[in-house]
Design a protein around this ligand. Structure first.
Ligand SMILES: NC(=O)c1ccc[n+]([C@@H]2O[C@H](COP(=O)([O-])OP(=O)(O)OC[C@H]3O[C@@H](n4cnc5c(N)ncnc54)[C@H](OP(=O)(O)O)[C@@H]3O)[C@@H](O)[C@H]2O)c1
Length: 308
């Protein structure tokens, strides 16, 4: 049972909906909304209090793409936390390929850098008691029917992972929709390596599936955003079946993943092969690189090249 939960990127989309659902569980006593913008965070907190009738929300301000900002934010965590949901992220938008002071590009820094620092610092300070959930995506195993190829790293070596994180892996052709899958793969493998390193904690990876009602499509290149918003989301996905669901359903995957014992540490749970909705299954049954502990450790080592 998780009494206290910290959620990154909790002011909107999946993060906010997870906060709402967790607040309605009777065991939940404290929810920390880890957000980068004070005004948006205050507005989400107010809204969540009205929606749930609970005054259990706290705010910590931090930018997960910025190591120093996250380190400063960690100082605000006074009492231990049971569970952390590493949700902030997505495709980031126009600045995805821009190199941040860490050396990672913004896409990787947002989805991975601050999350790794946050978890590792909390563990070091004995402030993380039970569980961590890293948010990944079906972009890792790919979705054949949509022409989304699986992530296929050349070697999954430390150098390959590091090249994904600074963008050099993609040469001059940085396509954010492709790079996103590779970055989520690196973060996923880090989380799976942590599951072996810390057997007393639950480290789980979950994809929300293809979820309506978030701001994620706004970060896509304009033509793709248009197609997704006006053709794929309302017409094509519903016709295909098992390809899209409501915000409540996507967020419930995180709530179940972090709360229920049937979801085990060291596993990446997402939709069945070729789907983007429906039951969650262990992705390593058909995307077998996830089981490779050398690849997992390589991702971990590559990420630490960027953490000083
Ligand atoms: N929606 C889907 O169908 C889908 C599918 C697979 C995976 N996912 C994953 O689910 C997660 C949540 O996505 P979403 O769809 O809910 O997206 P969203 O509506 O765009 O919300 C993203 C959240 O992350 C926050 N964020 C972004 N960059 C940040 C930073 N540098 N520091 C702190 N917070 C930051 C945003 O804050 P601001 O409001 O300040 O920007 C916002 O609260 C992401 O990791 C995404 O990759 C989503």
């Amino acid at each position: 049972m998780n009494e206290s939960i910290l959620i990154t990127g909790a002011n909107i989309g999946l993060g906010k909906e997870v906060a709402r659902q967790l607040a309605l569980k009777k065991e939940t006593k404290r929810i920390i909304l880890f957000c980068r913008n004070q005004v948006k965070a205050e507005s989400a907190k107010k809204d969540l209090e009205v929606q749930t009738g609970k005054k259990i929300f706290e705010i910590i301000i931090g930018d997960v793409s910025d190591a120093n900002s996250v380190r400063k934010a960690i100082e605000k965590v006074k009492d231990p936390i049971d569970a952390v949901i590493l949700n902030a992220g997505g495709m980031v938008g126009k600045t995805a390929a821009k190199i941040t002071p860490s050396g990672m590009n913004e896409l990787a820094a947002t989805n991975i850098l601050g999350h790794v620092i946050l978890v590792e610092e909390l563990v070091k300070r004995d402030k993380l008691k039970k569980a961590v959930l890293f948010v990944s995506a079906e972009a890792v195993p790919g979705v054949k029917a949509l022409g989304m190829k699986p992530v296929a790293m050349k070697t999954s070596s430390v150098d390959d992972f590091a090249a994904v994180l600074d963008g050099s892996y993609f040469g001059n052709k940085f396509d954010v929709t492709q790079a996103y899958g590779y970055v989520k793969y690196a973060g996923t493998m880090w989380a799976l390596s942590m599951a072996r390193k810390y057997p007393d904690l639950k480290f789980i990876v979950v994809s929300p599936g293809n979820t309506k009602g978030t701001l994620a499509p706004n970060n896509l290149p304009p033509a793709m955003k248009f197609m997704l918003k006006y053709l794929m989301m309302p017409v094509v996905f519903p016709l295909m079946g098992g390809m899209i669901h409501k915000l409540e359903v996507g967020a419930k995957r995180f709530v179940d993943g972090i709360s229920e014992e049937r979801y085990k540490s060291g596993i990446f749970y997402a939709s069945k092969e070729g789907k983007l909705s429906g039951d969650m299954v262990d992705q390593s049954t058909f995307y077998t690189d996830l089981k490779n502990t050398i690849f997992q450790d390589n991702a971990d080592r590559a990420i630490h090249r960027f953490i000083k």
